[in-house]
Ligand binder design. Structure first.
Ligand SMILES: *[C@@H]1O[C@H](CO)[C@@H](O)[C@H](O)[C@H]1NC(C)=O
Ligand SMILES: *[C@@H]1O[C@H](CO)[C@@H](O)[C@H](O)[C@H]1NC(C)=O
Ligand SMILES: *[C@@H]1O[C@H](CO)[C@@H](O)[C@H](O)[C@H]1NC(C)=O
Ligand SMILES: *[C@@H]1O[C@H](CO)[C@@H](O)[C@H](O)[C@H]1NC(C)=O
Ligand SMILES: *[C@@H]1O[C@H](CO)[C@@H](O)[C@H](O)[C@H]1NC(C)=O
Ligand SMILES: *[C@@H]1O[C@H](CO)[C@@H](O)[C@H](O)[C@H]1NC(C)=O
Ligand SMILES: *[C@@H]1O[C@H](CO)[C@@H](O)[C@H](O)[C@H]1NC(C)=O
Length: 609
């Protein structure tokens, strides 16, 4: 269940740094080495980039050839615009008053926090956050720009119409609760509170099916949230619905009916919660403990709804209406949205919300990601970018169908979107999504599918399909740009890709033991060396525990709480990792003239390469 208008954390939810698909449960010990391997590649090229940056900034020597790594030789210095842009980017983050032999990370990234503050809504800030927000800006411009292909069947028109209907508060305010009253309630046979439901003829099975399938709620009987805070929210929503229905309830019993509605719903939810509490010690829906036979489930549900028929139907009607109101309240006018916000403040104590624009943006992201992604690659991902990457069999940039307008139109053929009536659009989108799910059930496995949106800012190595996915959204400056010199791209996206490929062959990607004893032995030796080097180093404020979480990033900034909890969890921060790696590389010490035994020139090197 999404709670879209609720609070969010910019840094945690919406700007994931590079994520690891398959890492979770695998052997922790092996992480040490893979981090070192990855960072070694990364750092080696960071050094190149910084050298190039310094050279480019200090020299007036003009060289007109296309940018190339010859810039490193000193005699041929690249002063092309892309070189200057990237050099400026690197220089801005550097603190050149720090001695690189003493603390290379501070030297390379010392100024990053100044330009990338951590505000109160964030726990950290990295280059991926910047990238994410820049992409968001690009998507915003796309969504708000005029429709170019203005035909009824154009996916672009559907996308932009849906977005404008979502942000159009004028029509939402005018309609108030009536879309729910006119389009949802009749489907499930009316509502007890409005006196539009007849308990003698009401068909529970039909109402349940429609709640789940036609109205695509999917949560009735599967989600419980019984807390006193919820009663207030139910009462508010019910009061608005009664008012907006224009129905006069005989003998002024609406208050009483609303209370019955609240009590009934609460009763059903608490009974459901009771079942879940006794069966399920975990929240993981796939855990073994969650598995019930159909007979067991029926028994349990029968216990929940064990009332005399008449009361049972009123109670169940109230419960289903609440599940629907819970799902649809936020798609209605401001009062309903606001009631939801009050609920969240009661629950979390933080008045921290998405505005309408972000709410609608996330709605588009969740529901029309392919359409949005198609326009994104058209505007922000040059074909040359893809050509450069095409040699690989992996998923780079975007799937081909995304740039084929007729295929994209066909993808959304069954979706009808109105440019004003948002609520009806939401119902349409739900049916569209439902059809997608149905297709998934009948379709064979399709390896050309992409698990990501093209504008996502993270990448992954999917061990189960043995493939890398790098969306166009990540392939943006400063991570990748085909106009930049090779050393820049190798240093950023190249090192990330190297890092992920290693997962394909290391213990993370291992489904059976296919390493030879010889390889295993040497790997173990190298791993041990790295571990000893790594453990107990106190370069930062915290002692590094024995194991680490792999997180790859460039420069970073995070608040003290996050830094502290990372340390507690054994996540070694990037500065320590970067410094540990460079201190292992002889070429680094040579290039920077670091005296033996200085912090960035370890006496004993593990000789991984
Ligand atoms: C840069 O490094 C110097 C020397 O360590 C330090 O005094 C200064 O505060 C640093 N500047 C920033 C912005 O951190
Ligand atoms: C209630 O009356 C108003 C004003 O006439 C109307 O706009 C609204 O659609 C009506 N509500 C319903 C649920 O029909
Ligand atoms: C309203 O109250 C009158 C008298 O108390 C009663 O006869 C009637 O049935 C009530 N109507 C409803 C709909 O409850
Ligand atoms: C609702 O429940 C409360 C507490 O269980 C009870 O005092 C109240 O009478 C109930 N109201 C209705 C309308 O059933
Ligand atoms: C929940 O379970 C406990 C223990 O079985 C029982 O005492 C309590 O009445 C149940 N509550 C509801 C709402 O069913
Ligand atoms: C590899 O090591 C295992 C256990 O250490 C041993 O049983 C096996 O014979 C070794 N294989 C080879 C080819 O040496
Ligand atoms: C790390 O420090 C602990 C306690 O000071 C010590 O027992 C342990 O042997 C050290 N580990 C290594 C690899 O040096």
């Amino acid at each position: 269940m999404t709670e879209p208008y609720a609070q969010f954390d910019k840094s945690n939810d919406k700007a994931p740094i590079v994520t690891f698909d398959d890492v979770k449960v695998r052997l922790r010990n092996f992480r040490l080495l893979e981090i070192i391997l990855a960072i070694t590649t990364f750092v080696a090229v960071v050094i190149c980039v910084i050298l190039a940056g310094i050279l480019a900034s200090k020299s007036g020597n003009v060289e007109n050839n296309a940018p190339s790594s010859s810039a490193l030789t000193g005699s041929n210095i690249c002063v092309e615009a892309p070189c200057l842009k990237s050099a400026g980017h690197a220089l801005q983050n550097m603190n050149t008053s720090v001695d690189p032999c003493n603390n290379f990370y501070k030297y390379a990234c010392g100024n990053f926090p100044r330009f990338n503050p951590v505000d109160s809504e964030m726990t950290s800030n990295t280059v991926y956050h910047t990238l994410y927000h820049e992409n968001e800006e690009k998507l915003k411009r796309i969504l708000e720009s005029p429709v170019e292909r203005d035909q009824k069947w154009s996916f672009e028109k559907k996308l932009k119409d849906l977005f404008s209907s979502c942000t159009n508060t004028y029509y939402k305010e005018r309609a108030k609760g009536s879309p729910f009253i006119n389009q949802v309630l009749p489907k499930i046979g009316g509502w007890y509170v409005l006196n539009t439901m007849n308990p003698n003829t009401w068909d529970f099975n039909d109402a349940l099916r429609k709640t789940h399938v036609d109205l695509w709620t999917r949560t009735a009987f599967f989600t419980t949230r019984y807390r006193n805070d919820l009663k207030m929210y139910m009462r508010r929503v019910a009061t608005f619905l009664v008012r907006d229905s224009n129905i006069t309830i005989a003998n002024n019993t609406e208050q009483q009916r609303i209370e019955t509605f609240v009590n009934d719903t609460f009763e059903v939810e608490s009974r459901l919660a009771n079942i879940t509490a006794e069966t399920v010690p975990t929240t993981d829906p796939h855990a073994d403990e969650m598995r019930l036979t159909l007979v067991q489930l029926t028994e349990k549900v029968n216990n929940v709804i064990d009332f005399t028929a008449f009361l049972k139907y009123i109670m169940l009607n109230n419960y289903l209406v609440w599940r629907l109101a819970y799902r649809y309240a936020q798609e209605m006018s401001w009062e309903y949205v606001h009631a939801n916000r009050e609920f969240y403040v009661d629950l979390y104590g933080r008045p921290n919300f998405l505005g309408t624009w972000l709410y609608c943006f996330y709605y588009m992201d969740r529901n029309l990601g392919d359409a949005l992604g198609s326009l994104y690659v058209k505007d922000h991902f040059a074909d040359k970018n893809k050509d450069k990457l095409r040699k690989s069999s992996d998923k780079m940039g975007y799937p081909d169908f995304m740039v084929d307008e007729s295929k994209m139109d066909a993808r959304y053929e069954k979706l009808n979107i109105d440019n004003i009536d948002y609520f009806t659009n939401v119902l349409q989108i739900n049916q569209f999504e439902r059809a997608d799910w149905n297709n998934l059930l009948v379709k064979r496995e399709d390896r050309s599918e992409w698990a990501f949106h093209t504008y996502d800012t993270f990448m992954s190595y999917a061990n189960y399909w043995n493939e890398m996915i790098v969306p166009a959204g990540l392939l943006q400056f400063p991570i990748y740009d085909y106009t930049l010199p090779h050393y820049w791209n190798f240093g950023s996206i190249g090192s990330l890709i190297g890092h992920y490929y290693i997962h394909g062959i290391d213990k993370f990607g291992e489904f059976k033991n296919w390493w030879s004893n010889y390889t295993n032995l040497n790997y173990e030796k190298a791993r041990k060396c790295v571990e000893i080097h790594y453990t107990n180093k106190t370069m930062g404020p915290y002692t590094v525990p024995g194991n680490t979480e792999p997180v790859t990033t460039n420069c970073f900034n995070r608040n003290d709480n996050t830094a502290y909890f990372n340390a507690l969890r054994g996540r070694v921060s990037e500065d320590l990792r970067t410094n540990s790696v460079v201190s292992q590389i002889q070429d680094f010490s040579t290039a920077f003239n670091c005296p033996k035994g200085s912090p960035m020139n370890a006496e004993q090197k593990c000789n991984l390469f």
